[in-house]
Design a protein around this ligand. Structure first.
Ligand code: GTP
Ligand code: MG
Length: 147
């Protein structure tokens, strides 16, 4: 059993990474956010899986123009969750477009549409992230490390 889970949010500038974290913490949409939220730790007893969970923000605006996600070709175990934020701004779901992408890349554990503004699927998103670590599926599973 893992003793904790670390979740890093990466993505293009202004997609709402910091807002998602602040919405989770304050349970309301923050009108003003810093570029980067301080690292937060959610205590074990308020997480669904009862594991302390650290959430780390990344700012595309202050840090970089390109994001390199680095893995070792012999041991690629970090699950990826595709998070479609700002769902309040559209009428139609992007799931139809996203599902083929998800099926093509096995490292994508799941995808979720959410809105930091409407507080939609915020706790779910962090729960999926926790679950992806604690109960990995498919090829992320290293056979020799099972159980
Ligand atoms: P960088 O730190 O610059 O990389 O951006 P970020 O991804 O942290 O985005 P940030 O949280 O700063 O949000 C960018 C803008 O999008 C802000 O004006 C937010 O108010 C707005 N925003 C964030 N989430 C949502 C959302 O769910 N819906 C809507 N309508 N606006 C949002
Ligand atoms: Mg930010």
């Amino acid at each position: 059993m893992r003793k904790d889970v670390r979740i890093l949010l990466v993505g293009e500038p202004k997609v709402g990474k910091t807002s998602l974290i602040m919405s989770l913490v304050s349970e309301e949409f923050p009108q003003v956010v810093p570029y980067r939220a301080e690292e937060i730790t959610i205590p074990a007893d308020v997480t669904p899986e009862r594991v302390p969970t650290h959430i780390v923000d990344y700012s595309g605006t202050v840090t970089a123009n390109v994001i390199c996600i680095v893995y070792a070709v012999n041991n690629k175990k970090v699950p990826v969750i595709l998070v479609g934020n700002k769902s309040d701004l559209v009428e139609h779901s992007s799931m139809e477009t996203i599902l083929p992408v998800m099926n093509q890349y096995t490292e994508i554990e799941t995808c979720v549409e959410c809105s930091a503004k409407n507080l939609k699927n915020i706790s779910e998103l962090f729960y999926y992230a926790q679950k992806a670590v604690l109960h990995p599926t498919g090829p992320l599973y290293c056979p020799e490390e099972k159980q």
